[in-house]
Design a protein around this ligand. Sequence first.
Ligand code: KG4
Ligand code: ZN
Length: 338
Amino acid sequence: MPHILAIESSCDETAASVCCDGIILSNIIYSQEIHKQYGGVVPELASRAHLHAIVPVVDEALQKANVGLGEIDAFAFTQSPGLIGSLLVGAEFTKSLSLACNKPLIAVHHMQAHVMANLIQTPEDKNSIPSFPFLCLTVSGGHTQIVLCDGFLKMKVIGQTLDDAAGEAFDKSARILGLPYSGGPFIDKYAAEGNPEKYKFPEPKIPGLNFSFSGLKTSILYFIRDEKQKNENFVEENIADICASIQLRIVSILLNKLKKAADETGIKNICIAGGVSANSGLRKAFEELGTAEGWRTYIPRFEYCTDNAAMIAVTGYHKYLAGVFEELSVVPCARAPF
Ligand code: KG4
Ligand code: ZN
């Protein structure tokens, strides 16, 4: 019954989790508030905030799991991708624990872990998990990928964004509308009250399974600029319809490519993951498409969609079983393929 302690610190969440035999016992997330006033994550401030938060967050994860440090069998951390200063805090802290406790060290790829969030089980909720092979649409603030998953650690990216990520498309659109950072959840909230057919934004024609969101962002920018010249209160008066129309287009870009990937591979086990999978419009449209296409659909529980350490713990557990360990000389890396 191996216990894994995992630490996630790739961006602006300091998170720790303990799992036993792959079952999550605790999942503690501290979201750094300091960045809100700057309208985006400030890397230097993120590193400092991780330094302040990491000891209490890890302590709470152990306490909640009712597991002592001496009972941990291996220590896992997010190695890549992310902000290098943020990654360094988690990596060096985890290495120190591994050295002090004389237990193995496991490096985890953050995007692989987002996919693995679909395989998370908790003691109270042993939900059904997808069987292999499955496809996963991973949509976060930094990445948009379609991943073909053949086994626990056997993953291949078969489509990805050529420019902005889906989360960036939400956040940059929100910024154009004057909404606070991070804007995705605000667009989601306003969209619930709006008419998604009111304004038509273009769908890019990108070959294969790749995505592009930069053209959409530019068309929103020009549309809002032109409408504000005619009526300076245009955004305030139409915020719900604008948000619903933007959300509809981002969701249709994502799901049209996911359907293409499912058609081409013949795979019917389909998952979504990453922060944007918290979006209610995407979740609803995904379930509807799944029903129409005869897919078995999977979405991680909300707290496992945005950045968290439970997904690092469960990936770490499968690396532990496979005996994939690192030397203390291992270093984090801002960008790396998996
Ligand atoms: O996976 P994540 O927590 O962090 C990264 O690894 O990037 O994803 C964060 C992204 C942000 O762009 C945020 O705006 C977006 O997920 N997001 C949402 C929603 N909740 C989070 N986007 C749209 N609707 C939401 N409800
Ligand atoms: Zn993430």
